[in-house]
Design a protein around this ligand. Structure first.
Ligand code: PLP
Length: 237
C-alpha cells in the first residue's frame, strides 16, 4: 500500500470515529480529496484506493486533470469539485468541465455558470460560500446576504442549489472550531426550511475535520492529510 492509500484509510477511519462519537452515519459524510498542486500520479493512487471525489482550486490545472482522467479512465465515474475563488473570465471552463462549484459568492458568477453550462450536461451543483468568520478581504458572502442570494441562485435553470460552504479563520482550539461550525449548521438548517432539497454542508479540512463532523458537515475537504504538504512553487496559474 502506498502512503497516499494508507493516508486515505486513516482518514476514513477518523471520519468513522468522529461520526460514531456524535451518533452520525459515516456514509452521510463525503470525503473530498483536495488534489490541488498534486500530480495525476497522486490522484491515480487515490483512485486505486477507491477515492472518487476530487477538489481543485485552479481552473487550468483542474481542467487538465479532468481531461486526463476522462481519456484514460472513462470507465471510472469521478466527480470534480471546484473549491477555489473564480474570476469571471474563467467561468466557462468551470461550467463546461466540473460537476460541483463550492464558492458562489456573488450572483453574477452564478448567472454566468448557468448560462455557460452545456445543455447536454446535468445542472452544475452549487454551494453558496459564507464568510462565517467575517474576515475582511476573504471570499464568501455575509450571513445577512444569504437569503437574497439563495433566492436568486435557486431560479437559475442550469444550476442546482445543494447547500453551503465555509472556510473559517484558522483556529487551533477544538471548542472554538466547533462554535463556528455550529453557526454554519444553524444557517444550513434555516435555509433548508425554504429549500428542502439542499443536502450538502461543505466544511472541515485537515486541521478541523473532527469539529466540522460533530457540528454536522456532510462533506469534508481534505488535502494535506491525504497527499502531504503542498509545494506551490512549481504551480502555473
Ligand atoms: C486547499 C483547500 C482545502 C484542503 O486543505 P488541507 O488543510 O490541506 O486539508 C480544503 N478546502 C479548500 C477550499 C482549500 O482551498
Amino acid at each position: 500500500m502506498t502512503t497516499i492509500q494508507q493516508n486515505l484509510q486513516d482518514i476514513r477511519q477518523q471520519i468513522a470515529t468522529a461520526a460514531a462519537h456524535c451518533a452520525r452515519a459515516p456514509e452521510d459524510i463525503t470525503l473530498l480529496a483536495v488534489s490541488k498542486t498534486k500530480p495525476v500520479s497522486a490522484i491515480e493512487e487515490a483512485i486505486a484506493a477507491g477515492q472518487r471525489a476530487f477538489g481543485e482550486n485552479y481552473v487550468q490545472e483542474g481542467v487538465e486533470k479532468i481531461h486526463y482522467f476522462r481519456e484514460r479512465h472513462a470507465e471510472i465515474p469521478l466527480s470534480w469539485h471546484f473549491i477555489g475563488p473564480l474570476q469571471s473570465n474563467k467561468s466557462r471552463l468551470v461550467a463546461e468541465n466540473f460537476d460541483w462549484f463550492h464558492t458562489v459568492d456573488r450572483l453574477r458568477i452564478a448567472q454566468r455558470l448557468s448560462e455557460q453550462r452545456p445543455v447536454n450536461l446535468p445542472p452544475l451543483n452549487v454551494l453558496l460560500q459564507i464568510n462565517i468568520s467575517n474576515e475582511p478581504s476573504k471570499s464568501g458572502i455575509r450571513v445577512d446576504e444569504l437569503a437574497e442570494l439563495a433566492a436568486s441562485v435557486a431560479t437559475l435553470p442550469n444550476l442546482r442549489l445543494r447547500g453551503l460552504m465555509a472556510i473559517p479563520a484558522p483556529e487551533t482550539d477544538y471548542e472554538q472550531q466547533l462554535a463556528v461550525f455550529k453557526q454554519m449548521a444553524l444557517l444550513f438548517q434555516t435555509l433548508s426550511v425554504n429549500y428542502p432539497q439542499i443536502d450538502t454542508l461543505s466544511m472541515g479540512m485537515t486541521d478541523d475535520m473532527r469539529a466540522a463532523i460533530t457540528a454536522g458537515s456532510t462533506l469534508v475537504r481534505i488535502g494535506t492529510a491525504i497527499f502531504g504538504a503542498r509545494d506551490y512553487s512549481a504551480r502555473s496559474a
